[in-house]
Design a protein. Structure first.
Length: 99
């Protein structure tokens, strides 16, 4: 791959990541929209930023050679979500029993 093309991809990813971060910070500072709308926009920016990082910095896309990496990341995310969810379930259950 050409060095100029590689650098251009990194710059595009950096600009997109900084823009999405700026949008999220601006929404928290300025109270222009209702809280629910701002929350939905911030969640959408977070998901888009996750996709930007996957595509431009981790070089993971839907090509055949990168699908194994994507499956590994999704499985790891599932295991982490399972562990965090189980931990929260136990903590809230113990809290309920202590009250």
């Amino acid at each position: 791959m050409n060095l100029g093309r590689e650098l251009r991809k990194y710059v595009i990813g950096m600009v997109m990541a900084l823009t999405l971060t700026g949008i999220a910070f601006a929404l928290t500072i300025w109270n222009y929209w209702p809280v629910r709308t701002r929350f939905i926009i911030i969640i959408a920016c977070a998901i888009l930023q996750l996709l930007v990082h996957f595509r431009y910095f981790l070089h993971i896309d839907l090509e055949k050679s990168h699908r194994d990496d994507l499956q590994l990341i999704l499985f790891s995310a599932f295991i982490i979500a399972l562990m965090v969810g189980g931990m929260l379930w136990v903590i809230f259950n113990l809290n309920m029993r202590m009250m």
